[in-house]
Design a binder for this molecule. Sequence first.
Ligand SMILES: O=P(O)(O)OC[C@H]1O[C@](O)(CO)[C@@H](O)[C@@H]1O
Length: 352
Amino acid sequence: MIPDLYLADLEAKPAALAGLADALASADPFSAIPSRIRRVLLLGMGSSRYAARVAALRLRSAGVDAVAEYASAAASYPPGPGTLVVAISATGGSRETLDAVARHRGRSFVLALTNVPGSPVTEGADLVVPMLAGEERGGVSCRTFQHTLALLLALADHLSPADGLGPSGDPVAPGDSAAPGDSVAPGGPAVPGASGRDMPGLLLRTAEATADLLDRRGEWLAPAAALLDGPHGVYTIAPAERLSSAEQSALMFREGPRRPADACETGDWAHVDVYLTKTLDYRAVLYPGSRYDEQAMDWIRQRGSTVLAVGGEVPGVADRVRYRHDDEPDVALLTETLVAELVAARWWLAQG
Ligand SMILES: O=P(O)(O)OC[C@H]1O[C@](O)(CO)[C@@H](O)[C@@H]1O
């Protein structure tokens, strides 16, 4: 892994997103998914699984039977023709994901989502969807994480009943979702773009948000890096619907500069990370948007902990980083990890 190439990979995000937006505007990559699908099993490791978990939650909130599993889990859903397996591997070569796919090949409908066409995960797959993230020369999954999330949102749109998620990403109202056991799109095949969302438009706004953070990093990056640079590691906090942001951020602090880092869900924070704030110099990135932001911040203020908010205003934080379109939850989901990624790159480069 090479820090200056990792930074170059981050700087190439807006162009890669524009390319993905073009591709999604011209074709639905999921149109070959059969109508018999009744269950979605997303499999992956590391950042691929982080993205999968958020997508599975979104599918469930639209009434679709979906779960994200560690590909390494020995016990999971049995294979079957009604199961759509989404095997996610940026490199296409993670051992655990290949082993899990082997159990489903020829028995479930296997969709391989990968950045490397022809890689092992595509062997025997019923459908291959390329991430179109370009080569990551730094050796760290960053653009592939962003493109995985984007494509899984597009998949969720494709599989969701027409009365499921709205264009804003709001969950369906209680009682409006499909009944348990319903096919993913009642009465027929999954409807492309059933949610009515303009996915290419979302990706172009994400590219603008990403470019805004990159262009203005001279203002915010040095203070943010200094604020998070404590003796006891970095913690990251995000709502369940965007937990991938906290998980990917913590992974970037570990994988690049090799700093201790961990992720926590915002509501769960009061049951888990709160115990660290009394004894450690607790420093965290908060991705706001949970109804439990204030519950966490109440403890954080009492304990004098240090929090950097990304994408919103939260009373009691030490500082905040804002960016274009950060009031749009799906733009935030797709963009916000860039703050942690750039801090990680800065620390990594400083190590020489
Ligand atoms: O998506 P892949 O290529 O299967 O990789 C899974 C994980 O493994 C890593 O490559 C690290 O080993 C991470 O960057 C990634 O999150």
